[in-house]
Design a protein around this ligand. Sequence first.
Ligand code: NAP
Length: 323
Amino acid sequence: MRRVVCREFGPVEKLVVEEEPDPEPGPGEVLVSVRTAGVSFVDGLLVRGGYQVKPELPFTPGMAVAGDVAAVGKGVTAPAVGDPVLGLCGRAGYASAVLLPAASAVPLPSGLSYEAAAACVEGYSTMLFAFTRRAPLNPGDVVLVLGAGGGVGLAAVDIAHNRGARVIAAASTADKREAALAAGAEAVIDYTNEDVKLRARELGGGGVDMVVDPVGGDHAEPALRALRPFGRYLVLGFASGTIPRLPANHTLLMNRSIIGVDWGDWGRRDPAAGAALTRELADLLAAGGVRPPEPSTYPLERAAEALTAIIERRATGKLALTP
Ligand SMILES: NC(=O)c1ccc[n+]([C@@H]2O[C@H](COP(=O)([O-])OP(=O)(O)OC[C@H]3O[C@@H](n4cnc5c(N)ncnc54)[C@H](OP(=O)(O)O)[C@@H]3O)[C@@H](O)[C@H]2O)c1
């Protein structure tokens, strides 16, 4: 097998591709021949040593894959050799083959390509977790999504739209805003030029019920101030590199709430709950109500190039590697 290896924290260009024999699945494990590995913002942070959790070196990035089962270990009744699966692998996904606990390999939802499936898992799991476990969404809610053309943002737009919410999408480029419209947003804001608070209030008919923020930085406070009474502000990440300091008086005013969302930590602390969410996502994808976009793909050897596009804010939607 071939895999991308990070031997020291630093620029993504230091990633190397190494060859080694395929591993044997142990009891309860399956070996997946990887067709596609999702690439994410978090992978770039991990490789550069900038994530809140530092993996032990050396490691292979990549938390989600889609592929075919190549071998199964003792005691595995499902999936079977040859089955197409979608798997969460923590780290290790940037490889031509990966070992997974059998329970972490769910059937590839029908109607979804390997590429779209592997690329969507992180963002869609995060937003399904957010909208079901942290801040249940009501039909008719107006949701303002920041960074709406990114992985988490597009998942938020698609799932919120599917659940009957009205979505206002904010993003920096025409490409990203178009992607958000295609995913179900009813209106867009160019937050490089427009006032987020005023435009969101205008488009939302006086305000919005929820803000989804994977970006942080300068737009956070105006977005908080666009919330109606009892509005909820979901903190998902800080892609801008700046953790906002939000004034507490704007939560007291109008009974607003700020809610942190950390899907990864939740799933690590409660693997059974995490696995149940993955099955829920697979069902949602199979039902066809949500439509993850096809990612732009790169060969395994160009992993650094894909990560650089994300780090430099050039990526619209998701990227994926095809070993
Ligand atoms: N809480 C959780 O459970 C969870 C799960 C997954 C990811 N995350 C976090 O969510 C954040 C977004 O992840 P993602 O997968 O959506 O990333 P992404 O696909 O790269 O999208 C991030 C978006 O942030 C905006 N952005 C603003 N300033 C940026 C900058 N300096 N560099 C890069 N992007 C910038 C960009 O949109 P514009 O150009 O339109 O501004 C970009 O499209 C990350 O911080 C990630 O760690 C959290």
